[in-house]
Design a protein around this ligand. Structure first.
Ligand code: GLA
Length: 392
């Protein structure tokens, strides 16, 4: 690990910011296995170098096509305010709305982080994504503790918990949220298996079936009606462009429709790399979703500079972000946004999973290693990738 590179750079920030970063990283420790904490790339010394964040606001350039969003942690409202207010019109809470973060005990919510983000969004006329109501990960212990799988009373208890969780969040934030990730990653990655079952998902484990997915959509729709919200309801996942995964997702959407639940669209997380998925694979997936009468959003976009072999869990060694690599990444971003514009009648939003390379989950997933997946660099300067999606 190159500590020198990790500790490099930058301007404006203070020790207080560094502390805030460390605090905000705490919830991330309970994410997917394999994820490890990493030393922050936040600045340790002041410099006077001017920062060039680009002249054209991304969200204005893309206003005729779709909203441009970013994932956000509350501390970034201050540290990244300039770039945030200038380039983005849509926010997704990176962690603050996840069950474990916001609903700490059955009768105790921790609203403060979400309140900071939603207040900022309201003040700046931004809209938000409610992320995420049901997920197998980042849940509090109390949620499933003591419940017996398949027991009708416990299924009922968990259903009431879910309904009340959704109702509380919809009432508090419904005015600023225009779409919800009602269910995240419920479909299985395993061949021949439709859903993440008991071993992987507490939800499936207690219900003993996929009924919780249906209930989540029903409860959200009812909560939005009660709060006069016309927000859209999404299912969100990764590897959506893979035909086997997409087939399962479309089957799930059809099942929801048959049961009378509303689902408006499918979110492609978009944690992609320089070559995968290909433009053709994405086109085929977009077409399938459109034929199914659903909308599309890109909900967590970042382009890793590594191409790892997930079948063997072999991770590439850390590499420097050379001029050639920057050009290559800009080309990839350029071709993706050309495709997104082509499908803009069906795409509601393109949200990046972060703003700048100083703070990205990919620096510690799947291994600790510097990555450079976003449009702005560690110092918040616009990278070539920014220009590639602005100049058309
Ligand atoms: C998934 C989740 C996100 C986030 C990323 C990793 O994609 O949907 O909320 O946790 O993993 O950072």
């Amino acid at each position: 690990m190159n500590t020198k590179t990790l500790l490099k750079k930058n301007t404006i920030h203070t020790v207080a910011v560094l502390l805030a970063v460390l605090l905000s990283l705490l919830p991330a420790c309970v994410t997917r296995s394999g994820e490890k904490p990493v030393a922050s790339k936040q600045p340790v010394e002041e410099t006077t170098k001017a920062v060039d964040i680009g002249d054209v606001p991304l969200h204005e350039k893309y206003a005729p096509y779709f909203a441009i969003g970013t994932a956000i942690s509350p501390y970034q409202l201050e540290t990244h305010e300039k770039i945030l207010a200038f380039h983005f019109s849509h926010l997704t809470p990176e962690n603050n709305m996840k069950f474990a973060n916001i609903h700490r005990r059955e009768d105790i919510y921790g609203f403060s982080g979400m309140d900071m983000v939603t207040d900022f969004a309201r003040e700046h006329g931004m809209r938000m994504t409610g992320h995420a109501l049901v997920w197998h990960s980042q849940n509090p212990k109390w949620l499933f503790e003591g419940l017996v799988p398949g027991n009708p009373d416990d299924i009922e208890r968990l259903s009431r918990r879910l309904e009340s969780h959704i109702g509380t969040l919809a009432a508090r934030y419904g005015d600023v949220i225009d779409n919800w990730d009602v269910v995240n990653e419920a479909v299985s990655e395993t061949e021949g298996l439709m859903y993440r079952t008991g071993e992987e998902s507490g939800w499936y484990n207690i219900f003993g079936s996929e009924e919780f997915i249906y209930l989540a959509f029903i409860y959200t729709e009812a909560a939005l009606d009660a709060n006069d919200s016309e927000a859209l309801l999404f299912y969100n996942d990764y590897n959506v462009a893979r035909p086997e995964k997409l087939e399962k997702i479309m089957k799930m959407a059809a099942w929801l429709h048959e049961k009378g639940a509303r689902i408006d669209g499918i979110g492609f997380q978009g944690h992609w790399n320089m070559t995968e998925p290909s433009i053709d694979e994405l086109k085929a997936a977009f077409d399938t979703i459109i034929e199914g009468g659903l909308k599309i959003k890109i909900s967590e976009l970042d382009i890793s500079v590594y191409k790892d072999d997930w079948t063997t869990s072999t991770w590439e060694d850390e590499k420097p972000f050379t001029a050639e690599l920057e050009r290559e990444q800009a080309g990839r971003y350029g071709e993706l946004f050309t495709l997104f514009r082509e499908y803009s009648d069906h795409i509601t939003e393109v949200t990046f999973w972060g703003m700048s390379d100083d703070r990205t989950w990919l620096d510690r997933f799947p291994v600790v290693r510097n990555n450079y997946p976003l449009l702005f660099d560690d110092d918040l300067n616009a990278k070539q990738a920014y220009h590639a999606i602005i100049d058309f």
